[in-house]
Design a protein around this ligand. Sequence first.
Ligand SMILES: [Zn+2]
Length: 142
Amino acid sequence: MARHLGDDYLLPVLDPDNTPWFTSGRLQVQFCSDCNAAQHPPEDVCVSCRSTHLEFREMPGEGTVESAVAVHFPVHPLLKDRVPYNVAVISIDGAPGCNAIGNVTNKGAGDVEIGQRVRAIFEEATDPNTGEKLLIPNWVAI
Ligand SMILES: [Zn+2]
């Protein structure tokens, strides 16, 4: 699948905390093994109880739009041919209090509504500097 914002657009820099999110092809959310709190993006410690016993759990892959905007101004030169596009805040099913930010790729700019149910899709990319294969979460309305 081609990337919604273009195959030349910037890629995330992987680290041990974000690698499950950007490479697994599934929604992997970090949970605390001690207090069971979910947190996203992942951290080195639990933001609820400061435990360092953290694990990733696979989520069902759907969510609900909490907020959305249509971007009309290209904030980066590589996006000048991609505007307008949608950016949404998605509450992740199965991970209370956790939101992800992404594009809703199958709706016209400005057509995403709060409360819209969405499903995760994964855009393939290979980092030209490291050769790492990424599967970047994005969203489609369902
Ligand atoms: Zn905790």
